[in-house]
Design a protein around this ligand. Structure first.
Ligand SMILES: [Zn+2]
Length: 72
Protein backbone atom coordinates (compact mmCIF):
# COMPACT_ATOMS: atom_id res chain seq x y z
CA UNK A 1 0.00 0.00 0.00
CA UNK A 2 1.09 3.51 -0.67
CA UNK A 3 1.77 5.48 2.50
CA UNK A 4 0.49 9.02 2.47
CA UNK A 5 2.46 11.79 4.07
CA UNK A 6 1.59 15.18 5.41
CA UNK A 7 1.38 17.63 2.52
CA UNK A 8 0.77 14.99 -0.16
CA UNK A 9 -1.79 15.99 -2.74
CA UNK A 10 -4.25 14.02 -4.78
CA UNK A 11 -7.59 14.09 -6.53
CA UNK A 12 -10.78 12.74 -5.02
CA UNK A 13 -14.50 13.03 -5.42
CA UNK A 14 -15.83 15.44 -2.83
CA UNK A 15 -19.49 15.16 -1.82
CA UNK A 16 -19.81 18.92 -1.99
CA UNK A 17 -17.59 19.89 -4.89
CA UNK A 18 -17.34 16.85 -7.17
CA UNK A 19 -13.88 16.10 -8.54
CA UNK A 20 -11.56 18.08 -6.35
CA UNK A 21 -7.96 18.49 -5.24
CA UNK A 22 -7.16 17.15 -1.81
CA UNK A 23 -4.25 17.79 0.51
CA UNK A 24 -3.26 15.33 3.20
CA UNK A 25 -3.17 16.94 6.61
CA UNK A 26 -2.88 15.84 10.20
CA UNK A 27 -6.09 16.70 12.00
CA UNK A 28 -8.29 15.72 14.86
CA UNK A 29 -11.35 14.10 13.35
CA UNK A 30 -14.68 13.31 14.93
CA UNK A 31 -17.40 10.94 13.89
CA UNK A 32 -20.61 12.51 12.72
CA UNK A 33 -23.03 10.27 14.56
CA UNK A 34 -21.46 10.30 18.02
CA UNK A 35 -18.90 12.21 19.96
CA UNK A 36 -15.74 10.18 19.39
CA UNK A 37 -12.66 12.07 18.34
CA UNK A 38 -9.44 10.70 16.95
CA UNK A 39 -6.44 12.91 17.45
CA UNK A 40 -3.60 13.57 15.05
CA UNK A 41 -4.92 11.52 12.18
CA UNK A 42 -3.68 11.90 8.63
CA UNK A 43 -6.63 12.56 6.36
CA UNK A 44 -7.30 14.03 2.92
CA UNK A 45 -9.03 17.39 2.98
CA UNK A 46 -10.84 19.00 0.05
CA UNK A 47 -9.04 22.19 -0.94
CA UNK A 48 -12.29 23.92 -1.86
CA UNK A 49 -14.63 23.23 1.04
CA UNK A 50 -12.22 21.94 3.69
CA UNK A 51 -14.22 18.75 4.25
CA UNK A 52 -12.61 15.38 4.84
CA UNK A 53 -12.82 13.47 1.58
CA UNK A 54 -10.21 10.75 1.95
CA UNK A 55 -9.14 8.40 4.67
CA UNK A 56 -5.75 6.89 3.78
CA UNK A 57 -5.64 3.13 4.10
CA UNK A 58 -2.93 3.40 6.76
CA UNK A 59 -5.34 5.40 8.93
CA UNK A 60 -8.22 2.94 8.75
CA UNK A 61 -7.01 0.56 11.53
CA UNK A 62 -6.65 3.53 13.88
CA UNK A 63 -10.17 4.71 13.13
CA UNK A 64 -11.58 1.21 13.33
CA UNK A 65 -9.98 0.60 16.74
CA UNK A 66 -11.41 3.85 18.05
CA UNK A 67 -14.80 3.04 16.56
CA UNK A 68 -14.91 -0.41 18.13
CA UNK A 69 -13.87 0.97 21.50
CA UNK A 70 -17.10 2.93 21.58
CA UNK A 71 -19.19 -0.22 21.44
CA UNK A 72 -17.44 -2.28 24.05
ZN1 LIG B 1 -15.18 19.94 -1.37
Amino acid sequence: MRIKNFGDKGTRICNNCGLSSVTYQVRNISFNDYSATINNTLIGVCEQCNEIVSLPRQTVPQVKAEYEKRFE
